[in-house]
Design a protein. Sequence first.
Length: 344
Amino acid sequence: MTSVGVILPFYQREPGLLRQAVRSVLEQSLPDDVRLVIVVVDDESPCPSDDELASLPPLGRHSLVTLKRENGGPGAARNTGLDYFETTPVDFVAFLDTDDTWLPHHVADGIACLGKNADYFFANHRRDTYEGGRSYFDSNSTVKKWLRLGQGSPLEPTSNPQVFALRRDTQLLAFMQDYLSQTSTVIYRYEVLRDIRFEASLRTAGEDLLFWFSLCKVARRVVFTTEVGVICGSGVNIFHSTLTSWDHPNTPSRFAFQMMLWSYVDGRFELSPEEQAIVRSKIADFERGFSYIWLRALLKTGRANISLLRILRERLGWQPWRIIPSAAGAIRRRLARGQMFPEY
């Protein structure tokens, strides 16, 4: 019997989302020899998980457990699910955010694509905010260029025209060049990658990317399908909520944690010169962005998140005096590109 562990970190305010997500798991079209081990991690959700799970259809050969923990953010919640599999081993692990749903073929596609030689799979996805209902890969210019398999593409075709593999020597580099795998699309081989965990300190942004980078460094082969397997919703999402306004209270945190993410990559991974150049450029970009956003908030409202300065100093050794020259650098770069700034 093949077992697939499914981790759903739960923190939502809208009733019905968790129930809808779990139903999409139970409605997977699977062979009789595939069993799902569903782990809901209640991260002190304002909407109680017990109420959400009270009216599910029969589980059949599958199982479901709810783990409750103090609020620690999405990375910590997923780690709680991964720790559960230390004593309840599974063959594969999949993630599903509780405002997303799987299409019925998603898990079967992942197992088939992973086969015996691949360790990390992700699928295409769709979100209501994408123009014209297009899929993510149809909307992403980098992926569209790579799929033409021209010179410089990191992709290799497979016998299935919808399935591609990343060349082993470019797996990490490809993930650094663009955001490829949305969390709910990922399935990976647990035994090979069982020691990898999310960086729980990256609460606002970056915990997923750092995890994907870690998978890429160890995985023998990374494969993906261009077929949509996941529909992404719009529940509680700290990262996406900050993309619509520079005035959002969590926007400075997003820039700070992304600066931390790339600094962690610089310090923890053995990188090629090309990878290191990307990482150093990202660190500089997010330092400038954070400094400008933080200083803008201070000048506009008279308030700013002082705790972020302390976090950056403690974790990166970053000095707050860098805000002024970094913010000035951000302004110079935007003016040189002819870009306008949000009204102050």
